[in-house]
Design a protein around this ligand. Structure first.
Ligand code: SF4
Length: 186
């Protein structure tokens, strides 16, 4: 056990692209902020049904979401920056979900996990929201019913890619404001 721990290769996140020389390293603020945000996501799991169980497997030791710097789950929207919606969202639940989204501080990202959250899934009925993108902008969709933990990890990697490459000015731009206004969000 001790030997295994001793021999285990532990890697740290590399520095962003930049210019380096003897005694100095220079890069842009965007890249540093992107690197920090990418590797310290605080997800808020909004789980209403079976996809939530699959997410629990993703968090557990075998798949270990912590390897991606996202093991600190938050059940308080104000201390979260990644909303993960998993499960069927009834229409009467929609305003609650939107309220949770609004309580999250910018910058915030949304991952829709599974067929139900993304499109209503098999529940094409009067009472079920046919996709959370009717009430909030979604950054990444993870398909499946339920998606396997590998797919959830793939979704997290896609979110990390977006987070890393997002300009720190994007949230103040007119395009982002226009996007939010489509959902009635000021
Ligand atoms: S997508 Fe399938 S597994 Fe996920 S909540 Fe809907 S019915 Fe359940």
């Amino acid at each position: 056990m001790e030997t295994q721990v001793k021999d285990r290769k532990i890697e740290t996140v590399g520095a962003p692209a930049g210019i380096e020389g003897p005694g100095f390293f220079a890069t842009s603020l965007d890249k540093v902020v992107g690197m920090a945000r990418k590797n310290s996501l605080w997800p808020l799991p909004f789980a209403t049904s079976c996809c939530g169980i699959e997410f629990m497997a993703t968090m557990a030791a075998h798949y270990d979401l912590g390897r991606f710097g996202a093991e600190r789950l938050s059940f308080s929207p104000r201390q979260a920056d990644l909303l993960m919606v998993m499960g069927t969202i009834a229409k009467k639940m929609a305003p609650v979900l939107q309220q949770v989204y609004l309580q999250m501080a910018e910058p915030r990202w949304v991952l829709s996990m599974g067929a139900c959250a993304s499109s209503g899934g098999i529940f094409d009925t009067y009472s079920v929201l046919q996709g959370i993108d009717r009430i909030m902008p979604v950054d990444v969709y993870v398909p499946g019913c339920p998606p396997r933990p590998e797919q959830v990890l793939d979704g997290i990697l896609k979110i990390q890619e977006l987070v890393q490459n997002e300009s720190i000015r994007r949230r103040q731009g007119p395009e982002y404001k226009m996007l939010l206004s489509k959902y009635g969000i000021e």
